[in-house]
Design a protein around this ligand. Structure first.
Ligand code: C5P
Length: 219
């Protein structure tokens, strides 16, 4: 039995994809299953943390013993994250859609004689950067993820600085890795102190190791 080293701490975890509506029946999404975020929330809860789990429409069930806040869009996720503050740490594992459809249709779009519709997209808010920039309300530890398909560590390093988060968990989500939607992950943890590449392991094992590291900062 692990000791409850995170008892009394509040940790926010975002997870899953977001869905950005096109019309009442269609949306833009991505291939995130929510498996890694779910495993992280479960691992933090098992160390005794109070966990707020803000999740988009994931394909795995949310972890028991957490405070689950289901959302659909990036805008809703940002609202839920703001409402969850203050937190001692924020672990932003969600695969937030970068773009939303500017004016999604109230009615289902029809195949018409005018041909296919043109979707105009707008940039979604960056939830991680928003949390990292909170000032006095900023969680003590803000952890982002960088899912990349090329120059993984270089891109992740730049992302850590640009978003002003403390740590970045970088992973290669090229289809050949089987990581996105799969049961294993191979990550590099980037901190101000340095970089560690972990061997490929189950997403639960990555979560347990990350939760232990988070506990060393918060306890
Ligand atoms: O910029 P990119 O999407 O690659 O950054 C990934 C990291 O930023 C993840 O931690 C993700 O949860 C977070 N993110 C966010 N809000 C966005 C885009 C990404 O919180 N709109």
């Amino acid at each position: 039995p692990t000791s409850r080293v995170l008892a009394g701490r509040h940790v926010l975890v975002t997870s899953g994809p977001t869905h950005e509506p096109i019309d009442p029946v269609r949306y833009i999404a991505n291939r995130s299953s929510g498996a890694q975020g779910t495993a992280i929330a479960a691992a933090l809860a098992s160390l005794g943390a109070r966990v707020t789990f803000v999740t988009g429409p994931a394909s795995v069930p949310p972890p028991p013993g957490t405070n689950v806040v289901p959302v659909e869009t990036a805008a809703q996720m940002l609202d839920a994250v703001r409402s969850a503050m203050p937190a001692d740490a924020a672990i932003m594992a969600a695969a937030v859609a970068d773009w939303r459809v500017v004016s999604s249709s109230v009615q289902k779009l029809k195949k018409g004689e005018s041909g296919p519709p043109t979707l105009t997209l707008a940039q979604n808010p960056d939830i991680l950067a928003t949390v990292a920039g909170l000032g006095s309300d900023r969680p003590r530890l803000v952890v982002g993820f960088a899912a990349e398909t090329e120059n993984v560590v270089e891109n992740a390093r730049a992302k850590r600085l640009r978003k002003d988060c403390d740590w970045i968990v970088a992973n290669d989500v090229s289809p050949s890795t089987g990581i996105m939607g799969g049961s294993e992950n191979a990550v590099t943890l980037i901190t101000p102190q340095g970089e560690e590449t972990w061997e490929r392991m189950t997403k639960e094992a990555v979560a347990a190791r990350l939760a232990e590291r988070i506990a060393t900062v918060l306890s």
